[in-house]
Ligand binder design. Structure first.
Ligand SMILES: NC(=O)c1ccc[n+]([C@@H]2O[C@H](COP(=O)([O-])OP(=O)(O)OC[C@H]3O[C@@H](n4cnc5c(N)ncnc54)[C@H](O)[C@@H]3O)[C@@H](O)[C@H]2O)c1
Length: 374
């Protein structure tokens, strides 16, 4: 990588890669990506919203380094992570003459990153992918770690691969064009790192997250770098999510996925919003089972609510029964033999996995939450 110093390295032997986090990185994109552009061209996959908001700026940054962007623009939204869009993207990439050693740039949020990463991993038995995340969620989470995939009728992210990127390039200044609701949803994934293992970062979040949402560049840089370092360390320890630390990144996700399924993976509930509800529920359940001080669960819920995030299913208009939600959770891909591994917590900054909650207990807990919100 020329022209810039990495902020972090995801250490994975021969699959190690740098993560660069720098405001203004887009302006240097050409110099940074030069080694990955064949014949001065590189294919950039993005979605329509990102194309409108950041496409010209990113292309100009590439041009400055003598690289021409060959753009593929997909429709924005979770619906794009499906078989039909994957097939179309593969055909578009083949039509552009992409070869096995080539690199494809994924410029966008988690949807573009997951879809493009998946396409790159299967095209010609594996092309390189460079993740250029533009949403806060993608910057702090999905662009790092190599999980790719699409949603199928049976559920979210059920088809995919592990395919580590060659490079992750993050320019926090592109958050200036991200819609506020998306920014808040992405913040849920950022504060997750604090809740999993970094209580000092949670203190920081309580004091500075208002500035982060309001556009403070320093606060954004600090938060993104903290999350990138945490994710890089976790992925280095447990690349394939094989029962180690990486499982803790699922804090809030088992609940969250059930809620997303309930709303049909629609804009009614964004992924980060579902995770926010899930994290509040995980802390509440942990407190109820005597794992975590009740005061910590209240503090988590208070902070998420202060950031404008939902913390109960009813906040997203979901009034499904506990049994229905628990049944959805039983089909989560983290369930083994029907027993769910939940990520709970012993306190703020101390997440743990738990396999002791039965479906009936889960259903009763969710009914209680629903009744208390009704
Ligand atoms: N691979 C992983 O490890 C991982 C981890 C977490 C989440 N995910 C996946 O990520 C997806 C959610 O990602 P997301 O929240 O980024 O959603 P997204 O990709 O749909 O992006 C959200 C919206 O913001 C727009 N957008 C993004 N950046 C913008 C910018 N700078 N300016 C203006 N508009 C911008 C997009 O066009 C889109 O409309 C889900 O599919 C989820 O499953 C994957």
């Amino acid at each position: 990588m020329s022209g810039a110093h990495p902020t972090d390295i995801v250490v994975l032997g021969e699959r190690s890669y740098p993560v660069l986090v720098e405001a203004g990185a887009f302006e240097q994109a050409g110099a940074i990506l030069k080694p990955y552009a064949r014949g001065g061209r590189i294919v950039v996959v993005t979605d329509r919203d990102v194309f409108q908001a950041q496409g010209a700026r990113f292309a100009a940054g590439l041009e400055r380094g003598g690289i021409t962007a060959d753009g593929i623009v997909v429709a924005p939204g979770e619906g794009t992570k499906d078989w039909s869009h994957l097939a179309r993207l593969i055909d578009d990439l083949l039509a552009r003459g992409v070869e096995r050693g080539d690199h494809i740039v994924a410029l966008g949020g988690g949807v573009v990153g997951d879809l493009t990463g998946f396409a790159a991993s299967i095209l010609k038995r594996g092309c390189g992918v460079i993740q250029v995340p533009t949403s806060l969620l993608a910057m702090v989470d999905s662009a790092i770690g190599g999980k790719t995939g699409i949603n199928v009728a049976a559920g979210k992210n059920l088809v995919g691969t592990f395919h580590q990127p060659t490079l992750v390039l993050i320019d926090p200044s592109c958050l200036d064009t991200l819609p506020e609701r998306q920014l808040r949803a992405g913040y849920a994934e950022a504060v997750k790192y604090a809740l999993i293992g970094d209580p000092a970062f949670f203190d920081w979040c309580e004091r500075h997250s208002g500035a982060l949402l309001a556009g403070d560049a320093q606060a954004r840089l600090r938060a993104i770098r903290t999350c990138v370092a945490a994710k890089a360390a976790i992925v280095a320890q447990d690349e394939r999510d094989a029962g180690g630390r990486r499982a803790l990144l699922n804090l809030g996700h088992s609940f969250g996925h059930a809620l997303e399924a309930e709303t049909g993976y629609s804009d009614a509930l964004l992924h980060g919003e579902a995770v926010a509800i899930g994290m509040a529920l995980a802390f509440r359940l942990a407190a109820q089972r005597g794992l975590c001080p009740p005061g910590d669960a209240e503090r988590v819920e208070r902070h998420l609510a202060a950031m404008g995030l939902p913390t109960r299913p009813s906040h997203a208009g979901i009034n499904a029964s506990g049994a229905a939600l628990a049944e959805r959770m039983r089909h989560d891909k983290k369930a083994q033999g029907g027993i769910l591994t939940l990520v709970l917590a012993n306190g703020i900054g101390s997440a743990c996995t738990d396999r002791s909650v039965t479906p009936d207990e889960l259903a009763a807990f969710l009914d209680e939450v629903q009744a208390a919100s009704g």
